[in-house]
Structure formats: C-alpha cells, structure tokens
Write a protein that binds this ligand. Structure first.
Ligand code: GRF
Length: 201
C-alpha cells in the first residue's frame, strides 16, 4: 500500500510511520511526503531518509485550487492511502471524493471532545481526568469522520500542556501505524460512523 503523508510541522507521526515500515511492523511504502510549508521541520526527516518529498505551499491559495494540486501530486505518486499527520488545513470534499475512505487523520484528543486547535490545552482547561488521541477517517468537517482507534492516557494533577501533550504523543506514535496496518491488511469495514476491525487470521 502506497502512502501519501501530508504534514505542516514537526513530523513526528510521519517519522513513527516511517519507523514502523523500516522495522517491518507495517507493510506499506511512503510514496510521497507533502508539506504545505517549506520550513516544516518534518521535511528534513524525509530528506535525511531519502523519502520522496514535495512542498506545495498553501499560503494565499483557495482551498479548491490547493486541493487540486494535492490530488494531482497524490495521483502522480499512485497513492492508495492519504495520511494527514499534523497537516494544518481543512481539505475540500474533492480530496475525500478522490480518495473515498482513504484519508486518515490523527487528532490529540478523545474525539468528539476537543476538536480543533490546542486540543491538549482544551482538555487540561476543561479538567478532564482522561485524555488521549484518535485516528479517524477524514470527511469534509473538522476532526470528524468515523473513528478507527483511540488511546487514553491519564491527566495528572501536575500536568502542563507540554507534559500532557508528550504523554498523548507517545500514544499517537503507536496507534497511527496500527490503524494504517488495519487498512493495509484489509481488516476494516465502515458502516455509517462505525468502523469494525476484523480479527487477525
Ligand atoms: C499531533 O499532535 C497530531 O495529533 C496533531 O498535530 C500534531 C502533529 O505532530 N494533528 P507531528 O507533526 O506529527 O509531530
């Protein structure tokens, strides 16, 4: 399965996926990493590892125009599955239509709680005792779409946004490659909002 990974920043989830592939825990290939910001540190990870990368700057471009470029690039690289990994842009319905049930996102909260920016800060300020992360299919709404895997972590009394984010991030790095693996192995069926994962044979 050929992955297209979209990033805007640090790229640690992209790196976790690349590591899982390198360790043969995940049977997939990263066909292309696309960044919408030329200075995204995650692009250096792709450079260092010799993974194909492309910068398509989004600043000043309308959503539809940008997404047309994205779809072209993803098709050129024969991408089967699009993985948003800290990609800070909403996609138009065109991308979802071009890759039906083939676009994933990771979000640092137990959705549907705390969608949007600064999810870890939202969780801390709300005072929840359990936080976590979610891998889900992407639809045209923000942090919406059927949920594939969630992982929970405790919120500790002395947590800061940084310490809570780090605890959540460690789980993100585990569940994102795992969710991609379920899809690569054809174990997932989606019925409405419910995602079922078949037992391994
Ligand atoms: C992660 O917390 C992810 O859940 C959110 O953006 C952050 C990206 O981090 N969507 P990284 O670029 O993968 O390190």
């Amino acid at each position: 399965m050929r992955l297209g990974i979209l990033i805007s920043g640090r790229g640690s989830n992209f790196e976790a996926i690349a590591n899982s592939i390198a360790r043969r825990r995940l049977d997939a290939e990263i066909a292309i990493v696309i960044g919408n910001r030329a200075n995204a540190p995650g692009l250096d990870i792709a450079r260092d590892r010799g993974i194909p990368l492309r910068v398509i700057p989004s600043a000043g471009l309308e959503r539809e125009a940008y997404d047309k470029l994205l779809i072209e690039e993803l098709r050129t690289h024969e991408v089967d599955l699009v993985c948003l990994a800290g990609f800070m842009r909403l996609l138009s319905a065109n991308v979802i239509r071009a890759f039906p049930n083939r676009v994933l996102n990771i979000h640092p909260s137990l959705l549907p709680a705390f969608a949007g920016l600064d999810a870890q800060r939202q969780a801390l300020e709300y005072g929840v005792k359990i936080a976590g992360c979610t891998v889900h299919f992407v639809d045209e709404f923000l942090d919406s779409g059927p949920i594939i895997i969630q992982a929970a972590v405790p919120v500790l009394d002395n947590d800061t946004v940084e310490s809570l984010s780090a605890r959540i991030l460690a789980q993100e790095h585990l569940i994102y490659p795992k969710a991609i693996g379920y899809i690569a192995d054809g174990r997932i069926t989606v019925e409405g909002r419910r995602v079922r994962i078949r037992e391994e044979e």
